[in-house]
Unconditional design. Structure first.
Length: 105
């Protein structure tokens, strides 16, 4: 699985004059007229926002995954004759939609 940084760079290619520093976990750029590198703030802020959004999405997908598993269990109850037909139809529609969101279809 790709890191958030690798995914970020696919969406926003980082300029050639930026470099990733593994020790600080930040982008930096070098200017020949300065003695030390300066923080490449704009890209670090974008990466931070991107990573936070991915983490939020991960939580969302986790909840959908949990929902799918619970609904699959309910479907098992239905097959065993422990639930009525209307409930089954609604649960099946919801399960199918959740699986579609997760890309399981």
């Amino acid at each position: 699985m790709k890191s958030y940084r690798e995914q970020f760079e696919e969406v926003w290619p980082v300029p050639d004059y930026a470099t990733w520093c593994r020790s600080t976990g930040m982008y930096w750029y070098l200017r020949h007229d300065l003695e030390s590198p300066l923080e490449f703030k704009e890209w670090n802020d974008r990466l931070d926002t991107f990573a936070r959004c991915q983490e939020t999405t991960d939580v969302y997908l986790s909840l959908v995954d949990e929902l799918v598993n619970e609904l699959d269990e309910i479907a098992g109850w239905v097959e065993a004759g422990r639930a009525d037909g209307d409930y089954v139809i609604r649960a099946t529609r919801l399960t199918d939609r959740a699986k579609q969101i997760l890309g399981r279809e």
